[in-house]
Design a protein around this ligand. Structure first.
Ligand code: ATP
Length: 356
């Protein structure tokens, strides 16, 4: 990982009035560029073999400049050039995944957020240690498949967007579906409603909801549309469908805005605060946008099955604000909130506190 001192040395040379916000064209990049432009930043979109013509359809979210790269090595080769232009990179899921977490950590260009979180997030066991040791409930793990006596979800490690996951209700069903060539985890299937809570933790502010040493904002909530599980019920019982070779899958295809029953908000903030506090104890903290992917049971308990420590695509329905953001920063998306934070850090000469 690139040492923090190296990034601090780079930042010492940055022109704080001329910062350029850059990210990879994909995922939540429209929102990131739109928000950065709204806050008066110049923007660069990096692209590697990605069709970017759709940006023409959204002029207010089109980056000022598209940099077409042969491959990700080119970002490394040209890092000096981007540093000279005061570039700050905004990570998102596709950026980190396509480049690879290890390489992303070694890039000598300032990145928003703590790059150490990547280790804790990419390893399901470490992520579980972090969440549960913070005092936040997760779905139980079943160590031995022969103990399956209620619905479980089999999750392959590294499977993105739930691809290949399957549900089993007993050991014979597990044996039927399992691919032993890939590492997997067997997790209790939590029956309830899914909420993907989009928080923003600012270490630069103590206004509003004070948490840890800064402030916690809930900017929006979504529910993912997942194909084909979300529509499967229309064809009848899953058991019956299996006989016809139709199995449920959890591939994310879109996002729907939701709001939470108001009495659940205190629990949601409590979880977010505990997770941030624990992240500082374990690896120097998470700040900025993060998402708690949760299921609420009919007992009104949350179970968090995953955390994403950066902007998530589920924030995309909220480019012009959300029912929650509008009570804090009217009309601001998470992308714009990120830009606002960078602006504040630049103005107060505190960029080193949020860039690594
Ligand atoms: P990503 O990294 O894109 O978030 P992933 O491959 O890590 O996805 P998860 O987010 O863990 O996968 O799960 C994918 C989907 O499976 C969830 O959005 C949810 O619908 C469902 N799911 C996950 N865990 C559980 C669970 N314990 N009980 C019920 N449903 C679950």
């Amino acid at each position: 990982m690139v040492p923090k001192e190296r990034i601090d040395a780079v930042l010492a040379e940055y022109d704080r009035d001329d910062i350029v916000i850059a990210t990879l064209t994909s995922h939540s990049s429209l929102q990131i560029f739109h928000g950065a432009r709204k806050m008066g930043f110049k923007t660069i979109g990096f692209t590697v073999n990605h069709d970017t013509r759709y940006y023409d359809a959204f002029p207010l979210a089109k980056p000022d400049e598209l940099v077409r790269l042969q491959d990700f090595d080119e970002i490394f080769d040209r890092a000096g050039e981007f540093v000279d232009r005061n570039v700050v990179l905004i990570p998102h899921g596709s950026f980190v995944e396509y480049m690879g977490a290890k390489r992303f950590q070694s890039l000598e260009i300032p990145v928003y957020g703590n790059r150490s979180v990547l280790q804790w997030e990419s390893d399901r066991d470490m992520e579980r240690d972090w969440i549960t040791s913070a005092g936040v409930a997760m779905p139980n793990i079943i160590d031995d498949a022969r103990d399956i006596d209620k619905p479980v979800l089999i999750k392959y490690h590294g499977a993105k967007g739930g691809r290949g996951f399957f549900i089993a209700k007993d050991y014979p069903e597990f044996k039927l579906g399992i691919d032993h060539t890939q590492p997997y985890t067997i997790q209790e299937y939590v029956l309830g409603t899914r909420y993907y809570l989009h928080f923003f933790y600012s270490p630069l502010s103590t206004e509003g909801y004070h948490a840890h040493e800064g402030s916690m904002e809930l900017l929006s909530i979504d529910r993912r549309d997942e194909s084909n599980i979300d529509e499967m019920y229309k064809l009848g019982a899953q058991e019956e469908l299996k006989r016809h070779g139709l199995f449920p899958s959890f591939v994310v295809t879109g996002n729907v805005p939701v709001v939470l029953r108001e009495s659940l908000l205190p629990k949601a903030f409590d979880m977010a605060e505990k997770i941030v506090k624990r992240s500082y104890e374990l690896f120097g903290g998470i700040w900025g946008p993060f998402c708690l992917e949760s299921i609420v049971t009919d007992k009104l308990d949350f179970k968090v099955f995953e955390i994403s420590s950066r902007i998530v695509a589920g924030t995309n329905p909220f480019i012009s604000g959300s029912p929650y953001a509008d009570m804090i920063h009217p009309g601001l998306s998470t992308g714009a909130r990120l830009a606002l934070e960078i602006r504040k850090a630049a103005d107060e000469d505190r960029l080193g506190e949020i860039l690594t």
